[in-house]
Design a protein around this ligand. Sequence first.
Ligand code: NAD
Length: 451
Amino acid sequence: MTLTVLNPATEKPIAELDQAGVEETDEAVSRARAVSPAWRAVAPADRARLLRRLAALVEEHTEELARIESRNVGKPISGARGEVGMVAQVFHFYAGAVDKHYGSTIPVAGGVAGTFREPLGVVGLIVPWNFPLNIASWKIGPALACGNAVVLKPAELTPLSALRLAELALEAGIPEGVLNVLVGKGSVVGQRLIEHPDVAKIGFTGSTEVGRLVMQGAAGTIKRVTLELGGKSANVVFADADLERAAATAPYAVFDNAGQDCCARSRILVQRSAYDRFLELLVESTGKVVVGDPEEDATEMGPLVSAAHRELVASFVEDEPLFRGPAPDAPGFWYPCTLVEATNDDRIAREEVFGPVAAVIPFEDEAEAVRIANDTPYGLSGSIWTRDGARALRVARALETGVLSVNSNSSVRVQTPFGGFKQSGFGRELGMQALDGYSEVKSVFISTEEG
Ligand code: NAD
């Protein structure tokens, strides 16, 4: 069965692709398995060189890859260029890490004990549609660096950039069969990868709902899993903060990628004594977000990824919102920037909307801010805005979340570990920690006793 891929900004088809089924999935796993011994035997410096070449090719093809991503996801071209830039950085980082992730020697009686880092073998990588190439690279980089062969399944809606990346990997000299990309359904290809006895690990990014299925399916073969799941992160603004800066940046912490961002700070918590002033500033800055044609350099927010997703997002806004921005009256899955006043018990504050809708929630003091911020099943990211350094550190330690920023809304850096607490998942991507998720520790003892 073929798959029609749409441009969400025009609703027009941009590609027709064949979809893999169980048979093709098994073939890809066999290809990866066959090449795996040779790939793990490639000298570390040579594997590093291949990854560096891939990074360079991604850089050379920035504009092409960014256009593919922009047309397939509906994301603004300027942001897409930045994302491709990060993909190249990720491959550079893991090229540098190949020969810096090693075992140790351990003092024991009667001999020498030490550890080795071994690749897992074949790993299955399943990624979502919101940052298709970026999130794929966070998994491919450490997986290849550790000497694993990869079968990658991009989301059905957005397979195009991963297919192009696989071509560039071949051009870089990465042997055929080491990086396989399968276009197909989650319930078919994804499910088969999860259950396949020759797949050693699933690196999954997606919804908490499907994350649960991954865990269940992996139990049959005791597969390793890394789960990067949903979020409902808080942007906590204390009255002593630089309110102008916090309000000027808060919209981008929710509406970037049209809110289709696991790290979206979609609960804006504001201290009551500064609430009215902050709201005034927030409405003003939200009104300035430039919504429109993703291919224009000045555009800051494009459409949602699909009609079905727009329907879901719209279902969260039942009453008249505090503010609704403009959206093009044209084909495309548009949804405007929307601010809603809420309590933390409202559906909009409890569930991941994954669209450009922010819930604004007042709090009285530090203790209440921490209580509300932590009152969610998720724990992915968050921000704290205050001029009080001790408070920033106290609150940062108290929040149950994997990634935090103070007086900033940034979440992701190539060098630092990224991942969730609670139902936002477990395991870490990026930084040196990601390499732990794509290798096994082997402990070896060599006796020095005589006779
Ligand atoms: P999704 O869970 O629907 O799909 C993710 C991937 O899983 C897709 O490739 C899909 O085809 C596949 N899949 C679906 N059903 C499957 C099944 N039964 N078995 C195996 N694979 C299956 O998520 P989505 O809608 O593509 O992405 C949005 C979600 O991803 C949001 O919840 C968001 O928070 C989350 N996300 C998390 C992170 C993170 O790093 N924590 C990053 C980006 C997105």
